[in-house]
Design a protein. Structure first.
Length: 202
């Protein structure tokens, strides 16, 4: 990930997506100046950045989902539910034997995607609060995650299944934020409780 990518962006959404790749100061490609510039620019474009069109349609559907599509564990469905009749103990073995370059572009090419996904999970409740403030409704009270469950679970479980320690660590950090914003009933209804338990204690 290089600052040069920002200059290659064609639209405002492209620019904002490039900036999201610099929102984690601990990432190896990042620097304090790049981090501060990105955060300041995102703050000034908060209305656009926190809009459903950007977060859901552009980032989650247009950027994150295609990158993780080929490496999503077979233990979950496309709707983010536990798949029936899967051997949970084979998850990490399956992922470890996969060719990363082909199946994991998020890990080998678009490495900023994990930082982008983490930002979305971290900021998910902010959009909910903004919508409630302007529309005076409780429709989105449970937040962006519950309303777009199928867009969050596949990349999250993929990170937790990865055999690389640093990737799993990132997944656990994101999971911590995710669980704080997820109604317990969602984990029960989707049958993901045991999958998350094994991800935490394989």
């Amino acid at each position: 990930m290089s600052p040069d990518l920002i200059s290659e962006a064609n639209t405002m959404s492209d620019v904002l997506l490039s900036l999201l790749g610099f929102t984690q100061l601990s990432d190896t490609w990042n620097s304090k100046p790049a981090y501060e510039i990105s955060m300041d620019a995102l703050d000034h474009q908060s209305q656009e950045v926190l809009s459903g069109a950007f977060i859901v349609d552009y980032v989650l559907k247009g950027f994150i989902r295609p990158l993780f599509a080929k490496s999503t564990p077979r233990t979950i469905t496309s709707q983010g539910r536990k798949a029936p009749n899967e051997n949970l103990g084979n998850r990490i073995t399956e992922m470890a034997s996969s060719p990363d370059v082909i199946l994991k572009p998020w890990k080998c090419r678009d490495i900023q995607s994990v930082a982008v996904f983490k930002w979305v999970v971290t900021r998910a409740n902010v959009r909910s609060q903004v919508i409630e403030h302007h529309q005076h409704t409780n429709t989105h009270q449970e937040g962006l995650i519950s309303n777009n469950w199928h867009l969050f679970i596949p990349p999250l479980m993929t990170l937790l299944d990865d055999p690389t320690t640093s990737v799993r660590a990132s997944g656990l950090t994101i999971l911590s934020q995710f669980l704080q914003k997820t109604p317990p009933r969602m984990l029960i209804q989707t049958g993901l409780s045991d999958l998350l338990e094994e991800a935490l204690m394989p």
